[in-house]
Design a protein around this ligand. Structure first.
Ligand code: F6P
Length: 320
């Protein structure tokens, strides 16, 4: 009987539990045993793992976070950490490892793969910063969480005639800001991929004032090269308006996964096990259009995300 290990690593993302469930239940269908590894690569180094039954993954599809817990493992970056991980995988007779996480976790997976371990990577991060897949698991839920916050902020901003800067996650990728910007009707957004132009946001707000629109919603990704406090000061001085800020931070990582994230996790999780059953080696699984795809892990890591800059003009046009 084949045996696989599964871990969740890096920042948690809503839908990780749905992916774990899909892997365990599909493995069951194929007669494959699944071992759950706790706290990502840390648990692999420390040999903290246990068999997962079909029942163990019942009632988790609707929950954010991860039942396997997660960690960012510094030790795993060392030769010692990786050798210890391989020793434990061999000790338990694990034929393939499933890694659910973002870019950093995929890099760890690629290291293991080069040392002869079959590793399958499932893209789970709210940032949507992995270029080889159209969407990562967790992104849609995070955007919906931001939208909910923006709607509430809009009520009070409008009541007080204030401008509000909403800081969202995204260290290197502006996708959360872009998608929440379009769907939340933001007036202006700042993303890491585009140089900061404070003059442009001031002009935009003042154009609104000319047509009696005295509140604006500005969304700024955390990775943008200006602090939210400084940005608020500059906007306030340039427009004469009261400016408030809201940093959404970890709020965006929690919550029940959206239907879209649960669907993606279920499709990718089940394809992952099919690939393992077919002895496909190491692969990164993702979404391209309506197709579930799998590609080489190194290629997945090397594919940088290109944000859709046309969405910036869309935000500008629709907020005029
Ligand atoms: O999951 C990705 C991310 O949310 C980034 O946008 C953010 O900067 C980072 O994780 C922070 O995570 P932590 O504080 O858990 O390392």
């Amino acid at each position: 009987m084949k045996k696989i290990g599964i871990l969740t690593s890096g920042g948690d993302a809503p839908g990780m539990n749905a992916a774990i469930r899909a892997v365990v239940r599909t493995a069951y269908t194929y007669g494959i045993e699944t071992v759950g590894i706790m706290r990502g690569f840390e648990g692999l180094i420390e040999d903290d793992m246990k068999l997962l039954t079909r029942e163990d993954v019942g009632d988790i599809i609707q929950n954010g976070g991860t039942v396997l817990k997660t960690a960012r493992s510094e030790r795993f970056k060392s030769f010692f950490g990786q050798d210890k991980a391989i020793e434990n995988l061999n000790k338990h007779g694990i034929d393939a490892l499933v890694v659910c996480g973002g870019d950093g976790s995929f890099r760890g997976a690629a290291d293991l793969s080069k040392k002869g371990i079959a590793v399958m990577c499932i893209p789970c991060t709210i940032d949507n910063d992995q270029g080889y897949t159209d969407y990562t698991i967790g992104f849609d839920t995070a955007v919906n969480t931001v939208l909910d916050a923006v709607s509430k902020i809009r009520d009070t901003a409008s009541a007080h005639d204030r401008t509000t800067v909403v800081e969202v996650m995204g260290r290197e990728c502006g996708d959360i800001a872009l998608y929440a910007g379009v769907t939340g009707g933001a007036d202006y957004i700042f993303i890491p991929e585009v140089p900061v132009d404070t003059g442009a946001v001031i002009t935009k707000i003042l154009e609104g004032v000319e047509r009696n629109k005295n509140h604006s919603i500005i969304i700024k990704a955390e990775g943008v090269d200006i602090s939210t406090e400084k940005l608020c000061d500059i906007i306030s001085q340039g427009t004469g308006q009261e400016v408030r800020s809201v940093v959404l931070a970890y709020l965006q990582r929690g919550g029940s996964p959206s239907a879209k994230d649960r669907m993606l996790a279920s499709l990718i999780g089940s394809r992952t096990v099919e690939l393992i059953d077919a002895d496909s080696g190491s692969r990164a699984i993702g979404l391209s259009g309506n197709e579930i795809i799998d590609i080489d892990i190194d290629e997945a890591v090397a594919t940088k995300r290109q944000v859709d800059l046309e969405l910036l003009s869309l935000i500008d046009n629709l907020s005029k």
